[in-house]
Design a protein around this ligand. Structure first.
Ligand SMILES: C[S@@+](CC[C@H](N)C(=O)[O-])C[C@H]1O[C@@H](n2cnc3c(N)ncnc32)[C@H](O)[C@@H]1O
Length: 276
């Protein structure tokens, strides 16, 4: 009896040893673009992986042979002090694998871009409105509206028919809605929570005649196809400082602000699609 028990224990121990020996780690070699502003942060399953010169290497714990494992990898890139890009990917691997993952290129479906709130001065909003020739029949849209200065000002001071804004930050949406109320234009200025990278959140562009925007080059490039698709011919887009990817502006002007600074404004006029 004792002999059988000992033999059993030995077999289990041997099996355990064999399994432990078969278990193997895997590695993921991740390539990122380092930002000159701030090191790119790479996380695997939420834990930061340190490294330098655009390379991060993650070694998994010992994995069961033959079984597939999934790891969530994310690069957090700050190309400048107002833009944050999150680049998430899923990596599937097995014990012993050596996987490489290129996080230097964008995936339009997966990447998120958020720009922090920096308001446009009121006198510059007026110059943008002038460039867009805003009048009483215009519906003004601001993708990333912040406190809605680019909507409240055209409606209140220039008699624009309506203002529509979206912002990804619920706090900004609340601030903008309160401001529209305080300024007595809540019936004409509509603010919604939304992401400019989600075409559904941009649906109001179809009924807008003017877009005033201040969003950064990365978001501008990503937004550009949606603006061109949804806006009707004749609609005007005026951007404070930044471009819209490879959509070349019809006019670029430099204006002086009351603060003494020089501001660059770009104007695009949406062409008749058939004549393009
Ligand atoms: C530079 S501020 C401009 C605010 C306003 N348009 C102005 O010029 O005063 C950018 C705003 O866009 C919002 N934002 C950033 N990323 C966004 C995104 N992906 N979708 C919608 N809004 C976003 C921010 O919360 C911020 O309020």
């Amino acid at each position: 009896m004792l002999r059988t028990l000992c033999a059993g224990v030995a077999v289990v121990a041997l099996l355990g040893l064999a399994t432990a020996q078969d278990k193997k780690a895997a590695t993921i070699k991740i390539t990122v673009t380092e930002s000159s502003f701030k090191d790119t942060i790479v996380k695997v399953d939420g834990v930061e992986i340190k490294g330098k010169d655009g390379i991060r290497v993650f070694t998994t714990p010992a994995l069961e042979p033959g079984k597939e494992y999934k790891f969530a990898v994310e690069a957090l890139i700050e190309p400048n002090n107002y833009t944050k890009i999150s680049r998430p990917r899923e990596v599937k691997l097995k014990a012993g694998d050596e996987v490489t993952l290129d996080l230097t290129t964008e995936d339009k479906k997966l990447d998120k871009i958020v720009v922090r709130w920096v308001p446009t001065p009121v006198d510059i909003v007026d110059k943008m409105a002038e460039l867009a020739k805003i009048g009483k029949d215009d519906v003004v849209f601001d993708p990333g509206c912040g406190d809605a200065v680019m909507l409240i000002r055209p409606v209140k001071a220039l008699g624009a028919k309506k203002g529509i804004g979206i912002d990804i930050d619920p706090k900004m949406v609340k601030i903008a809605q309160e401001k529209a109320k305080t300024e007595g234009v809540a019936d004409k200025v509509v603010i919604k929570e939304g992401d400019v990278l989600n075409e559904k959140d941009m649906a109001d562009l179809a009924d807008s005649t003017v877009v005033l925007v201040y969003m950064g080059d990365d978001l501008g490039a990503r937004m550009s196809p949606v603006l061109q698709k949804l806006l009707k011919p004749g609609a005007r887009v005026v951007s404070h400082r930044f471009g819209l990817g490879d959509w070349k502006p019809d006019q670029t002007v430099k204006v002086k602000g009351v603060d003494g600074d020089e501001y660059t404004l770009h104007l695009w006029i949406v062409k008749d699609k058939a004549k393009k």
